[in-house]
Design a protein around this ligand. Structure first.
Ligand SMILES: [Zn+2]
Length: 234
């Protein structure tokens, strides 16, 4: 563990980044290789003024699309339906249930609603932050992202915990605080993403490290900081 921290310090260049990375490691995470590039240091002072309205949501959608990421309604997208059918066949479940889960595949964000007609502004905002963070993970990891996500349970846990931190960055911006991470959240997340009991400590470590980062005055994810920036029109 210590050797890994030392190597990351060498490879990261930026002092703040590595301080936070070290705190993540101390929190229990130490497996993923590409994540150093994902971390961002963005003061969150400006973000406290975010308000929850449709204009902010529309700006976030426009920002994500301007970054080259299509957002489409999974139900109306033929490719999404084909993929859902393949997943349903391989893993069980129904096509409807696969399509009703927001997801990022091939840097396209699929949501179960018509973009621009989101049912609930807060959950839509959090969903976009979460899925956009996956896009950034995909870009950082390169072509192996899908395979690593699918096959390496600890990495998948980290990717999902990191995407959850993007949501918590947005919550922090909206309300000035986030509720404390509870132990049972990690178990629920590990079950929900089928990452196994061993991944519980990864979820806990990454989520709590995110809180440490926010308490120090920074966002814990690039996705979260960009979404808040777009919502603020900055
Ligand atoms: Zn996710």
């Amino acid at each position: 563990m210590r050797l890994l921290v030392f190597l990351l310090l060498l490879s990261c260049g930026e002092t703040n980044r590595c301080r936070v990375i070290e705190s993540r490691l101390e929190g229990g995470y130490g497996l993923q290789t590409g994540w150093c590039r994902l971390y961002t240091v963005v003061p969150h002072g400006v973000a406290r003024s975010v308000s929850l309205n449709r204009d902010a949501l529309a700006r976030v959608v426009a920002g994500i699309r301007a970054d080259g990421v299509p957002i489409v309604n999974a139900f109306s997208d033929a490719e999404s339906r084909r993929r859902a059918e393949r997943l349903a066949e391989a893993y069980g479940g129904t096509v409807m249930s696969w399509l009703s889960v927001p997801q990022m595949v091939g840097e396209t964000i699929y949501v179960p609603w018509e973009p621009g007609n989101e049912p609930d502004t807060l959950s839509a905002l959090l969903t976009y932050a979460h899925e956009y963070q996956h896009v950034l993970q995909d870009r950082a990891e390169g072509p192996e992202f899908g395979m690593v996500y699918g096959l390496d349970l600890m990495s998948r846990a980290w990717f999902e915990a990191d995407a959850s931190n993007a949501e918590r960055d947005v919550i922090f911006a909206l309300y000035g605080e986030t509720s404390a991470v509870k132990d049972d959240w990690a178990s629920t997340l590990a079950a929900g993403y089928a990452t196994g009991p061993a991944s519980v400590s990864v979820f806990l470590g990454v989520l709590r490290a995110g809180d440490v980062v926010r308490d120090r005055g920074y966002f814990s994810t690039l996705g979260g900081s960009r979404v808040v920036g777009w919502a603020n029109d900055v």
